[in-house]
Design a protein around this ligand. Structure first.
Ligand code: TIU
Length: 228
């Protein structure tokens, strides 16, 4: 066990039972012309999370940790998209409408894919999720259990939407979540702060909050020998 500096208190974690999960670092949320912008947001506010995520991703790869990426999006025929989700916003800017990066939030389109800086490599599972939470209607829980995972290091966007929803789902399933604050971002800086505050309040009611630097301090520089 190693101890990661975190709030509300340091947390002992078993790195052999830990996975890094990077939530929805997709062009649709981070680049102009995608879903995030159609919702009326300034997507440049999410760029701050990319550098810290990259450092964590490199270190986790070097340590041989399980790394999972998620993407929010829907089937091209929209059969997995609730009408209630699709019909929000102007019709020309809804999920499935054509945009500069292809159809908005549709699997297989350029905008749906992960940004080049954080692109998955061979052996890193990608979970395609139709909702905000990474566990809803996906095989993420089965995958984590197959690897004996008990701890999740959580990065991604946006802090109060998909990161928070996924952390709450994970917490209820028995995973200890450590959210890396500088590896997350929101279109609303105040929601980022409150999203993190909600997670760590009441003695880590949903999880712990730490940082890229604190994780780098405890990750081994060489690949871990993982045993079942
Ligand atoms: N709109 C917003 O802040 N987020 C989302 O719709 N999805 C994710 O957070 N990935």
């Amino acid at each position: 066990m190693v101890i990661i500096k975190a709030e509300p208190e340091p947390l002992p974690i078993d790195l052999a039972r830990t996975a890094l999960i990077i939530i929805d670092m997709q062009r649709d949320f981070l680049e102009p012309g995608g879903f995030g912008e159609t919702l009326g947001n300034d997507v440049s506010l999410l760029a701050r999370a990319v550098g810290p995520c990259r450092k964590v991703l490199d270190a986790a790869r070097a340590a041989g940790m399980l790394i999972i990426h998620t993407r929010e999006g829907h089937r091209p025929d929209l059969t997995d998209a609730p009408i209630a989700k699709v019909e929000r916003g102007k019709p020309s800017m809804r999920i499935g409408a054509p945009g500069p990066m292809g159809r908005i939030l549709i699997r297989g389109e350029a905008g749906h894919d992960i940004i080049p800086e954080l692109y998955p490599v061979h052996g890193e599972p990608v979970i395609d999720k139709p909702g905000k939470g990474a566990f809803y209607a996906t095989d993420l829980d089965a995958l984590l259990r197959n690897f004996g995972i008990q701890y999740l290091l959580v990065c991604g966007v946006t802090t109060e939407v998909c990161v928070n929803t996924s952390v709450r789902e994970a917490n209820d399933r028995g995973y200890r979540c450590v959210v890396l604050a500088d590896c997350c971002a929101s279109y609303f800086p105040e929601f980022h702060e409150m999203g993190l505050a909600m997670i760590k309040a009441q003695g880590a009611i949903f999880g712990w909050v730490s940082s890229a630097q604190h994780l780098l301090e405890i990750l081994p520089a060489q690949k871990m020998v993982l045993t079942a």
